[in-house]
Design a protein. Structure first.
Length: 108
């Protein structure tokens, strides 16, 4: 991965996902990547936009932060498309990825 100042959202999430036990990375049908556990997709990224399947309480809080919106994937999914991948965006994206992973792992 490149340094944080030039990293893309895709690179940031791919690096973070590499440390998630049992997470499987696959190419998404619309491009980009999806991460799943036992067939349960919990996150996706493509073209500078990430989506995370979060616990409903976490999703509600996430939707009150900048650069987020409801995802068309469902009520517990949050879309994140930061204008700049700065340290704040990296922190939020990696925290939401880990939260989505924990939720998916707990559903097994």
């Amino acid at each position: 991965m490149t340094d944080d100042a030039t990293a893309s959202l895709e690179e940031v999430l791919a690096a973070a996902a590499a440390n998630l036990e049992d997470a499987v990375t696959a190419s998404a049908p619309s491009g980009g990547a999806e991460w799943s556990i036992d067939g349960r997709v919990f996150a996706a990224v493509a073209s500078g936009r990430a989506e995370f399947r979060l616990d409903p309480l976490v999703a509600n809080a996430a939707l009150r932060t900048p650069d987020t919106s409801a995802s068309q994937r469902g009520r517990d999914w949050v879309a994140f498309a930061p204008a700049e991948v700065d340290q704040h965006a990296i922190d939020r994206a990696t925290a939401w990825l880990a939260s989505a992973w924990r939720r998916a792992d707990g559903e097994g």
